[in-house]
Design a protein around this ligand. Structure first.
Ligand SMILES: Cc1ncc(COP(=O)(O)O)c(C=O)c1O
Length: 393
């Protein structure tokens, strides 16, 4: 009765989450230092502002007149967003989606047939496995180099390209390493894409949260043959529940037109983005700008506090993130599984072992976007446990 992939579509339960469940059933409160849903950490778009915008949005769409690319005003606002950052992307080259995860599915469908390969960074946020399974494509990976702040190893990346590779995925700022690819790195990647005739899928969901530097280098400004730039409101305005994302298509005009024709049909098949939300996009950009800047400032402060505390540990070394919400911690001679389980049992703090993100042994991953007092309360306990374990006590 069921398809072949159905048997692979079930969540895996791992020992860390079983321990968390056991502790919660005993009445313990577990503090989550990995969730990327920053609404839980007190980063919330102002209620009154959102209400006003949504009311006006609902008026604008009482009569249903859908556009398969998405509301024109919304696409113009997104185009202005790029223009203000020095990138010319026509509103006609932008497609609204219900979030970046769906944008990935559209990209995979657009670019790859069953069995074709999409080359993704490793380590990576575990987002792609099920999207790839659903779209029948195979994920392959290129390594990021921890010694160079998790930058791409471009020779290695090029060596990973096979005759079946159809696209390169770039995530910058990267989740979970926090690396921001430089102009040079991106230009070299674009050069590889051009030589092998590959598309670049550029995931920029953390674009507004730079810890160093003022502006984000983007593949859209390069000579790559086709670039699908993905972003949305879930991180940018801390509005994951609004479900608004987009794909901005740039590159060789012929390729861009072909991509847009297909994407229009994919999108028209479902017309998936809520019309009220689409109508709200220009106002969320305009009125939410100060909110966004305030989030970014608070996130930089979170990192300052977390860095100061983490540097006091003898048991770990962190690679300083340049953007995003996460930091990778390298343990000196400590088993990460034992570390995360002990921290969970003794300190009631959930952090992830690096292997959840395909990192080599001996790493942890933590989200530093938390209330400052929570960081100040929890990190000394976490560090104390790690230092104690490292000393063999
Ligand atoms: C790198 C990266 N890309 C995409 C997403 C998903 O974004 P969206 O909420 O727009 O689907 C996430 C979510 O955390 C992410 O970390």
């Amino acid at each position: 009765m069921f398809s072949r992939i159905t048997s692979q579509l079930h969540g895996e339960s791992n020992s860390l989450y079983r321990i968390r469940q056991e502790l919660q059933s005993q009445g313990h409160i577990i503090r989550d230092l990995v969730s990327g849903n920053i609404n839980d950490q007190g980063f919330v778009f102002p209620q009154d502002l959102l209400e006003d915008i949504l009311v006006r949005g609902s008026r604008a769409c009482r009569i249903y007149r859908p556009d398969s690319f998405g509301n024109q005003g919304a696409r113009e606002a997104i185009s202005r967003y790029y223009q203000n950052r020095g990138y010319a992307i026509d509103p006609g080259n932008i497609l609204l989606t219900p979030g970046t995860s769906l944008s990935y599915l559209y990209c995979f469908k657009l670019l790859a047939d069953e069995g074709d390969e999409i080359l993704c960074p490793c380590p990576t946020y575990p987002l792609f496995d099920y999207i790839a399974l659903l779209s029948g494509v195979k994920l392959t990976s290129y390594k990021l180099d921890e010694e160079r702040n998790w930058a791409m190893d471009l020779d290695h990346l090029e060596a990973c390209i096979s005759t079946k590779t159809r696209a390169l995925v770039l995530i910058s700022p990267h989740n979970p390493t926090g690396h921001i690819s430089s102009f040079n790195e991106i230009a070299a990647m674009a050069d590889i894409a051009r030589r092998h005739d590959l598309a670049i899928i550029s995931d920029e969901v953390f674009s507004e949260f730079l810890l160093t530097g003022e502006s984000l280098p983007r593949p859209a400004g390069t000579g790559a043959p086709l670039v699908c730039t993905l972003n949305g409101f879930s991180k940018m305005f801390a509005l994951p529940g609004i479900k608004l994302g987009w794909m901005a298509i740039s590159g060789d005009p012929g390729r861009v037109q072909k991509a847009l024709r297909s994407l229009e049909l994919i999108s028209d098949t479902f017309l998936p983005v809520n019309e009220i939300v689409q109508a709200c996009v220009p106002e969320i950009f305009a009125l939410g700008d100060a909110v966004k800047n305030n989030f970014a400032k608070r996130i930089r402060e979170c990192w300052r506090i977390a860095q100061e505390l983490l540097q006091q540990s003898h048991a770990l070394k962190c690679t300083i993130p340049e953007g995003g919400f996460y930091v990778t911690l390298k343990l000196s001679d400590l088993d990460e599984e034992r570390a995360v389980e002990t921290i969970l049992r003794e300190n009631h703090i959930l952090i992830h072992p690096g292997y959840f993100y395909d990192m080599a042994a001996g790493h942890l991953v933590m989200c530093f976007v938390q209330q400052p007092e929570i960081l100040q309360n929890l990190l000394p306990d976490l560090i104390g446990t790690l230092d104690r374990l490292a000393e063999g006590i």
